[in-house]
Design a protein around this ligand. Sequence first.
Ligand code: F6P
Length: 309
Amino acid sequence: MNACIRAVVRTAAYHQVKVTGVIAGYQGLINGDFRELDSKSVGNIIQKGGTILKTARSKEFMLPEGRAKAAENMRQAGIQGLVVIGGDGSFRGADVFADEHPLFRVIGVPGTIDNDLYGTDFTIGYDTAINTVVDAVDNIRDTASSHNRLFFVEVMGRDAGLIALRSGIACGAEAILIPETKTHIDKLIAKLEKGWQRQKSGHVIIVAEGDDAGGAFEIARIVQEKFNKLETKVAILGHIQRGGNPTCMDRVLATRLGYEATEALLQGVTRMMAGQVAGQINFIPLQKAVKHNIQINETILEIAEIMAL
Ligand code: F6P
């Protein structure tokens, strides 16, 4: 997100447009917590994880009164447009706000490690998160193989399995369990049984936290009741996936989208998200970007399955 903030500020500065940073997202709009940002104030942040502007979930912004307060603070501060970096909840909020207060223009930039937005191939943070998972699972794999153990590794993704799917393929996971597809414990056990019979050295199962069969601890418990030939361990990767220095891919994506979003905002575009599809910049309505439109690529699922045979 810092790379994106930097790109927005510097693109606006190039056009001699003033930028105000809002501290802690929508709550900051309601509290009138604003900071002037110039090119210098966003120096030396492109390599840093998180956001220098901080972020928060705001219950108040979900109410019309909260949004009216935000609009009033913006009017008083002379703010004319908003660049919202976020995911599903942020975009729903942005769209309602722009609908109620059409004097302000709003552009979204996809920022979530879950990669669960329609209208962009990748969201800011996803590449960094999956690389963190891959590093962690590679390390876990050493113990899995050396001790012939069965590991259940839980990754983030409350509603989306894209972190699990991509990192699972990259780590050669024996199985990948995601919320978008039904998990069949019996099939999983049959697969483990097969691996055990051919003396496979170690198994790693990647579990998205929102899987329909439960989290990694729950699934490990159920599996162990029926299959106890391998010593079983659980690792929850948790918030290490949400931080750390961004990858090169993420820095460049964030810079490009921040630039494009700002250019569009200055040209009067509103209620759209700037995304990147097949290398090209793509604008779609915020309403369309939110996650219920996301579909898992069947072929990728099949590839993951075949690779784990
Ligand atoms: O919404 C993105 C996400 O990364 C989910 O995958 C994860 O469940 C959640 O955020 C974690 O959020 P929090 O830090 O608020 O628990």
